[in-house]
Ligand binder design. Structure first.
Ligand SMILES: [Zn+2]
Length: 300
C-alpha cells in the first residue's frame, strides 16, 4: 500500500466564492459558531487546534478565511504579535507546539488544515510591505491577496517549488542501490534523499538533474514524478521524483553535504527510525523523502 503523505488529505471547501463578497467576513465572524485556528509564531494548539473563541481582540482585517468544513467557516488568526502567555489566554489555553512534532496526534485532515493556516499566515507576516515601492500593504479577499496601499501592486500567496528525488542506480549485475545523503542540518545519523529549489527558467526535470550533479556529480537519465506534498516549513511545495542514475561515482559538494553514498535495500532495512539512537537513521515519517524511500524498498 502506498504510504500516506502528511499534510495532504484536507477536507475543506476553500470556498473562493465568498472571498470577494463585501461584508461576508465580518458577518461570519459575528456568528459564535464560526471556527478559528489560532497560530502563534508558526505554532499551533493541538489539544484543541480549532476553537470557537471569538478572538475579539484580533482585527477582522488580520484574519484569513481558510474555507468551509461541514458548512462551518474556519478562519486562521495570527497571534504572533502577542507574547506566549497572552496568546494562550486569548486562544483559550493549551500550549502552542510545532506542527511536525504533533502531526501524529491530530487527524490527517486537521494536519492539512494546520499546515495551510501556518503557510498562509507566514506569507502575510512576510509581505507587510510592497516589494516594488516599499509602502505598507493591506490584506484583501479574506486574506488571499495583499495590495500595496500606494502603488496598488497585487500580491498573492507564494509557494516555492522544490524537487526531492530518490536517485536509483541499477548496476549491470542487476543489483539496485539508492543515493542517500547527509546534510549538515539534519540530526546526527539521519540520511535522506537529495532535494533542491527550482530556479527561474528551469523545468522540474532539469532541477532534478542539476541538483544531483551539483551535490553528488551523479548524472541523471529518466525521471518519474511520484507525488507532491505541501511543506509550509516555511513556504514550499515538495515535488517528489524517482530519478535514474546514469553514472556511479559520487563526488560530494562539501558545502551542501557531509556525505553521500549508495545503499542497497538490505542496508536501508537496517536503518533505525528518526527518533531512535541508531547509527544510521531514516528521515521522519511525515516527509515525502520517507515515502520515496518506503516505496523504493518495498519493491522486489
Ligand atoms: Zn507599492
Amino acid at each position: 500500500m502506498r504510504p500516506f503523505l502528511s499534510y495532504t488529505g484536507g477536507d475543506l471547501d476553500r470556498a473562493d466564492r465568498f472571498r470577494k463578497v463585501p461584508g461576508w467576513v465580518e458577518e461570519r465572524l459575528a456568528d459564535p459558531s464560526t471556527l478559528i485556528v489560532p497560530v502563534w509564531r508558526d505554532r499551533h494548539l493541538v489539544d484543541e487546534a480549532i476553537v470557537t473563541h471569538p478572538l475579539r481582540d484580533v482585527p477582522s482585517s488580520e484574519l484569513v478565511f481558510l474555507g468551509m468544513r461541514d458548512g462551518v467557516p474556519i478562519f486562521a488568526a495570527d497571534l504572533s504579535p502577542l507574547d506566549e502567555a497572552a496568546a494562550r489566554e486569548l486562544a483559550g489555553g493549551g500550549a502552542f507546539v510545532e506542527l511536525r512534532t504533533a502531526v501524529h496526534s491530530v487527524s490527517a485532515a486537521d494536519a492539512a488544515l494546520l499546515a495551510y493556516a501556518r503557510g498562509i499566515l507566514h506569507w502575510h507576516r512576510n509581505h507587510q510591505f510592497c516589494g516594488r515601492c516599499g509602502s505598507p500593504s493591506r490584506s484583501e479577499r479574506a486574506g488571499h491577496m495583499r495590495v500595496c496601499t500606494s502603488c496598488g501592486l497585487e500580491m498573492f500567496p507564494v509557494t516555492s517549488p522544490a524537487v526531492i528525488m530518490l536517485v536509483e542506480r541499477r548496476r549491470p549485475d542487476g543489483t539496485r542501490a539508492c543515493l542517500m545523503a547527509r546534510h549538515a542540518a539534519l540530526a546526527r545519523g539521519v540520511w535522506s534523499t537529495i532535494a533542491g529549489f527550482v530556479e527561474p527558467g528551469e523545468s522540474l526535470e532539469e532541477t532534478v538533474a542539476r541538483e544531483a550533479m551539483e551535490e553528488t556529480a551523479i548524472r541523471i537519465g529518466a525521471t518519474h514524478y511520484r507525488g507532491s506534498q505541501p511543506w509550509p516549513f516555511p513556504a514550499s511545495l515538495m515535488l517528489g521524483f524517482r530519478a535514474e542514475a546514469e553514472s556511479d561515482e559520487i563526488t560530494i559538494d562539501r558545502e551542501e553535504l557531509e556525505d553521500a553514498r549508495w545503499f542497497t535495500k538490505e542496508e536501508l532495512n537496517r536503518f533505525g527510525e528518526w527518533e531512535s539512537d541508531a547509527e544510521y537513521r531514516l528521515p521522519r515519517r511525515d516527509s515525502i523523502a520517507r515515502l520515496l524511500i518506503e516505496e523504493w524498498r518495498s519493491e522486489q
